[in-house]
Design a protein around this ligand. Structure first.
Ligand code: ZN
Length: 311
C-alpha cells in the first residue's frame, strides 16, 4: 500500500524562482491529506493532477500567511464543486476565526460541513487515529504558536511467504484467505498454519513534517528513527543570526536534527528567496547528513519501503 509524499510548495514567505509556498500532499494507503496550504496550493494540485476532492483532512502548522493563504480558495472551490463530505482542518487556535470571517464577509455558503480541530502547540498529542494511520503533533519553536505533524501507519499485514506457498502448492484462490489469517489444509490433510505461511510485517512507516521552527532538540525523541523527516532549512549556516532572529533553521541545523534523531532520510525545504536554487542548502546539509535531499516541487517521495506482500 502506498505511503508517499508529493511536495507542492517549497519556498518561504513569497513565491520566487518558480518555487511556490508551503504545501504537501501525503498519500497514506490511498487516504489523501494536505499539509499546509500556502497561496497557490490549489493551482499546484491542478498542475500535478492531484485528486484534491479526495482530501478529507488538512493539517496546518501555524498561522503565517505563507502556510495558510491558499486555504479559503480551496474551501470555496470545494463548495462550488458541491462537495458533501465533511472536511476536517487541524491547526492552532485562531484558524477557525480567520477562515470563518472570510467565508462570512464574502457570503460564501459551503455545501459541506467544515470541522476545526484545535491543536495544542505546547504538547504532543494524537489528533487523528484511523484504522490506517495516526497523526500526532510535534511542538515546534517559531514566532507564533506552531506544531509539526508525525504520520505513522498502522497494522501492516503479514506477508505471504512465497517459497512455502510454492512448497505446499497452495492454490491461488486460497491466498487472500491466508493473508487474512486462515490456515491451509493440504490434500493429504496436513494443516499448515497462517503463521508458517506468512512472514512478519515490515516495520510501520512514518513521516514527520517540521516547519516552521528554529533549531530545537526537544523534537528528537518524537521523531527518533522515523523513515522520512521534512525539516525546514530556510538559510545557510552563515546566516545563523538571521535564522535565530526569525526563528527559522539553517541547513546545517536541519541535518544535525536528522543525524541526532537517527532518521533514515531527510528532506529540506522552506527556502529563502535569496537562494536561486536550493543546491547550496542541500550540499551544506549533506556535510552532516548525507541522505539529504532539497525538495523539488511536483516530485513524489516514497516514505520508507513499500511492503512486498509476496516474497
Ligand atoms: Zn512561519
Amino acid at each position: 500500500m502506498k505511503f508517499e509524499l508529493t511536495v507542492l510548495g517549497s519556498n518561504s514567505a513569497i513565491p520566487a524562482h518558480g518555487r511556490k509556498l508551503s504545501a504537501q500532499l501525503l498519500n497514506i494507503k490511498d487516504e489523501l491529506v494536505l499539509i499546509d496550504c500556502g497561496e497557490g496550493t490549489l493551482l499546484q494540485m491542478f498542475a500535478y493532477h492531484i485528486k484534491y476532492s479526495k482530501i478529507n483532512h488538512i493539517f496546518i502548522s501555524h498561522l503565517h500567511g505563507d502556510h495558510i493563504f491558499g486555504l479559503v480558495g480551496l474551501l470555496t472551490t470545494y463548495g462550488l464543486n458541491r462537495r458533501k463530505k465533511t472536511l476536517n482542518i487541524y491547526g492552532p487556535d485562531g484558524l477557525d476565526l480567520i477562515i470563518n470571517v472570510q467565508l462570512k464577509l464574502t457570503e460564501t455558503k459551503l455545501s459541506y460541513e467544515l470541522v476545526f480541530h484545535r491543536t495544542d502547540p505546547q504538547q504532543s498529542t494524537i489528533v487523528l487515529d484511523t484504522p490506517k494511520f495516526t497523526v500526532q503533533t510535534i511542538p515546534l519553536l517559531h514566532r507564533v504558536p506552531c506544531n509539526g505533524y508525525l504520520f505513522r501507519e498502522k497494522n501492516q499485514q503479514r506477508r505471504i511467504n512465497k517459497s512455502l506457498i510454492d512448497h505446499y502448492d497452495v492454490p491461488f484462490t486460497k491466498i487472500s484467505a491466508i493473508k487474512e489469517g486462515a490456515d491451509y489444509t493440504t490434500p493429504k490433510g496436513e494443516v499448515v498454519t497462517h503463521q508458517q505461511l506468512t512472514l512478519d510485517p515490515l516495520p510501520e512507516r512514518s513521516y514527520a513534517y517540521c516547519s516552521d521552527t528554529m533549531y530545537t532538540e526537544s523534537i528528537l525523541k518524537l521523531i527518533e528513527g522515523i523513515d522520512l523527516l521534512y525539516h525546514e532549512a530556510t538559510f545557510l549556516h552563515e546566516l545563523l543570526d538571521k535564522a535565530q532572529k526569525t526563528m527559522h533553521s539553517t541547513a546545517l541545523q536541519a541535518a544535525s536534527i536528522a543525524k541526532q534523531s537517527k532518521v533514515k532520510q531527510l528532506l529540506i525545504g522552506h527556502f529563502s528567496s535569496r537562494y536561486q536554487t536550493p543546491e547550496v542548502l542541500e550540499k551544506e546539509a549533506q556535510t552532516i547528513f548525507l541522505n539529504t535531499e532539497a525538495v523539488q516541487e511536483g516530485k513524489t517521495y516514497p516514505v520508507g519501503v513499500e511492503p512486498i506482500l509476496f516474497k
